[in-house]
Write a protein that binds this ligand. Structure first.
Ligand SMILES: C[S@@+](CC[C@H](N)C(=O)[O-])C[C@H]1O[C@@H](n2cnc3c(N)ncnc32)[C@H](O)[C@@H]1O
Length: 253
């Protein structure tokens, strides 16, 4: 269930966009999905959990190799879309459950495998969510975390968070890879070295997917036009506002 005003905001932001997230080419592809699938194939978990499943793309990589895959999200609309898509894909072992990562409605050590992808930057409390992920993972289980990450440079960090917040007012933070590693250790995980990748975001579909207000689109474009040259170069800023940012996938025991 939704537990606070921020999470109500996230749910309201994502619910109407459920179909767009199932269809999103950015979310439906990527080397990180291959990494998640390969890990699940190697481990063949009896019970797996996808936290903040969104359109279900991470979970759909795991389900063919798992006994059961629980797709978990704040948004009921998102979960309805995931259930329908799982049916279309013939994934009969996908079950859905609604709630917040801050308080998982599962008994401790009840999963062999936990995945979360492109969700944690929306979490109200990253540490609480990671502690819950750790609690429900059995001893010796494996987790894999994928998300956008911020560069360590304060300048690049501020520029990225600013346009992210304008695009999606429910955005909380893209953490750096070092912050991710520290947070995972604090939660009791043993993280491996992160795999860093770059992801291009095509501007028009990026804002359409989040139904970004026209006023905010103009503000993003204004910020982009004022970006120092080195910032624009780092994010490979294109004439139409498309840009490329950093992502990270990190496996943990
Ligand atoms: C960008 S989508 C996730 C994409 C998806 N995991 C994929 O691989 O394509 C982000 C999702 O995280 C969910 N979410 C955000 N905060 C959450 C929280 N605190 N608890 C559960 N789900 C959350 C949102 O409702 C949304 O569906």
């Amino acid at each position: 269930m939704t537990t606070n005003a921020h999470e109500a905001h996230v749910s309201a932001q994502f619910g109407p966009q459920a179909a767009a997230y199932v269809a999103s080419a950015v979310h439906a592809s990527g080397e990180d999905l291959g990494q998640i699938a390969a890990l699940a194939q190697a481990l063949r978990p009896a019970r797996a959990l996808d936290l903040g499943c969104g359109g279900g793309h991470a979970g759909f990589q795991v389900a063919p190799h798992a006994g059961e895959l629980v797709a978990y999200d704040l948004s009921a609309d998102m979960l309805h879309a995931v259930a329908a898509e799982a049916g279309r894909r013939g994934l009969s072992n996908v079950v859905t459950q609604q709630g917040s990562v801050s308080a998982l409605p599962f008994t401790s050590a009840s999963f062999d495998f936990v995945v979360t992808r492109f969700s944690a930057h929306h979490w109200h409390d990253l540490d609480a969510g990671l502690c819950e992920a750790r609690r429900v993972l059995r001893s010796g289980g494996t987790a894999i975390f994928a998300d956008a990450v911020s560069p360590a440079s304060p300048l690049l960090n501020t520029q990225l968070q600013s346009i992210e917040l304008l695009r999606d007012p429910s955005h909380v933070r893209n953490y750096t890879a070092a912050e991710w590693t520290a947070a995972l250790k604090n939660a009791g995980f043993e993280p491996r070295t992160p795999t860093l990748r770059r992801l291009r975001l095509e501007f028009a579909s990026w804002v359409a997917r989040m139904a970004t207000l026209e006023l905010h689109i103009q503000a993003i474009r204004s910020l982009q036009s004022a970006m120092p040259r080195d910032v624009a170069d780092y994010f490979a800023l294109e004439a139409d506002g498309s840009f490329t940012f950093d992502t990270m996938t990190i496996e943990a025991q």
